[in-house]
Design a protein around this ligand. Structure first.
Ligand SMILES: *Cc1c(COP(=O)(O)O)cnc(C)c1O
Length: 434
């Protein structure tokens, strides 16, 4: 049957007809049930959403990034609004298959930074540990769509053991960030195992989990899960909410449990065209997060990844939004806007300029209202007094990664692009004049 023939035979999105049939509240609140009843075909989705031809095109495309939507998250979709911000995050459009200038499969060059499959060691003191390629539902703009949703590529016990061994052998790692895929989709036993192995490593100070499970599958945040996570403090969690409509009573309850378990919560969101690229939406989102004890952490510029072309905004839009936040909202509600640099450059913060000018002992600043003021700098500041008072440790922990801070510390004079010296050495070598 063709999609249009099928649609003609369907009683579309009637409240009595759902692809998951009759379900008791007990089943609905069971995360196993939610996971095993996820929607992934256009035939199922057509029963709860008035699909557009372009959505059907996206859903029937052969090489598309995986589709899976929990029944819970699917019920947040406005069935009649093709621009529904929930819907646009999880139902593919035909245009997601289009290539665009600058598009890359691995736009953050994570694979190059992987000493062990699944372990990304980009920064001096912390690593990203990919523990699974599964998620509760799949975001269309996924930065890791090259492996996420591909169950052939998932990480198994031997991979995890090798990742753990690398962390054990690398004492500069203080912070491990569990991600994937979504770590909270792992079996409770395996997650407990990974966390306990990590906690045994003495040089590890904190463990973080990056997860969208509270958003897609709040039923997973059970008391037992919180009790388990609590054993591994200091443990931090970053969630991923993009739009105020995602903050439902179910999500609020899940966040309350996690916060009550003593887990500091952060949020990472992505600036998405047509979804949350307006100041009032961002303000509502950020304030609601703080109300739920979630500290906005990063606002990401959308990556140059396949499938995400139509979600990208101008960087200027992000700047305009940041300009509208600082000073207007409590500082707690303001994320850092970052561009995760293509080619593996890492996260680069961008924000409006508040320092207008500088003289020998004055700094000229402007505030969010446009008020311009002078900060007088001290005439007799002694930057070495601290070293006399508290002798510095001589440990260098960032060999090769000191960067611009290294220049300031006197670890060199310049940072040059590859080939710089060759290009600039044009002067013919003359014999020294005597
Ligand atoms: C984002 C990221 C981290 C964590 O960075 P923070 O700025 O500390 O949150 C670590 N490793 C990789 C590869 C990352 O992309």
């Amino acid at each position: 049957m063709s999609p249009s023939q099928f649609l003609a035979t369907q009683p579309l999105f009637s409240s009595s007809h759902k692809p998951w049939g009759n379900v008791s509240p007990k089943q609905w609140n069971d995360w196993h049930w939610q996971l095993s009843n996820r929607l992934n075909t256009w035939e199922e989705l057509a029963q709860i959403v008035d699909l557009t031809p372009e959505e059907i095109q996206g859903l029937t495309a052969k090489n598309k990034f995986r589709v899976d939507i929990t029944p819970y998250f699917a019920t947040l979709i406005d069935p009649d609004d093709p621009d529904c911000p929930i819907r646009r995050q999880v139902i593919p459009l035909g245009r997601e298959l289009f290539a665009f200038e600058g598009m890359q499969a691995d736009s953050l060059a994570e694979d190059e930074h992987s000493p062990i499959p699944g372990l990304v060691h980009r920064y001096p003191d912390r690593v990203l540990m990919l523990v699974t390629t599964h998620c509760a539902s799949y975001c269309r703009y996924c930065t890791r769509s090259r492996l996420v949703g591909d169950f052939q590529q998932t990480f198994r016990k031997p991979d995890l053991e090798r990742q753990l061994e690398y962390i054990r052998q690398t004492p500069q790692i203080r912070d491990v960030l569990l991600s994937g895929g979504d770590p909270l989709t792992l079996s409770p036993i395996l997650l407990d195992y990974i966390l306990s192995r990590l906690r045994e490593i003495e040089h590890l100070e904190i463990v973080r989990i990056g997860t969208r499970v509270p958003v897609f599958l709040p039923q997973r945040i059970t008391d037992e899960l919180c009790t388990m996570l609590q054993k591994y403090h200091p443990l931090w969690i970053n969630i991923h909410v993009n739009h105020p409509k995602e903050i439902t009573p179910e999500l609020s309850a899940a966040l309350g449990k996690l916060a009550d378990a003593g887990i500091p919560l952060g949020n990472q969101s992505v600036l998405l065209a047509g979804i949350n690229d307006r100041l009032d939406i961002q303000k509502e989102l950020l304030c609601k997060l703080v109300k739920n004890r979630v500290r906005p952490y990063y606002l990401y510029q959308c990556d140059l990844v396949k499938g995400a072309g139509h979600f990208r905004t101008k960087v200027a839009k992000g700047m305009e939004i940041m300009e509208g936040l600082r000073g207007h909202l409590s500082g707690y509600a303001i994320p850092t806007y970052v561009i995760d640099a293509p080619g593996g450059g890492g996260k680069i913060p961008v924000m409006p300029q508040y320092l207008i000018s500088q003289g020998t002992n004055k700094v000229i600043l402007r505030n969010y209202e446009g008020y311009i003021t002078t900060y007088h700098e001290p005439d007799n500041y002694d930057p070495d007094a601290i070293d006399r008072a508290q002798p510095p440790s001589s440990v260098r922990s960032e060999i090769g990664q000191e960067g611009v801070s290294g220049l300031l510390q006197g670890e060199g004079e310049t940072i040059k692009p590859r080939g710089f010296d060759r290009v600039h050495y044009r002067r013919k070598v003359k014999k020294k004049r005597s």
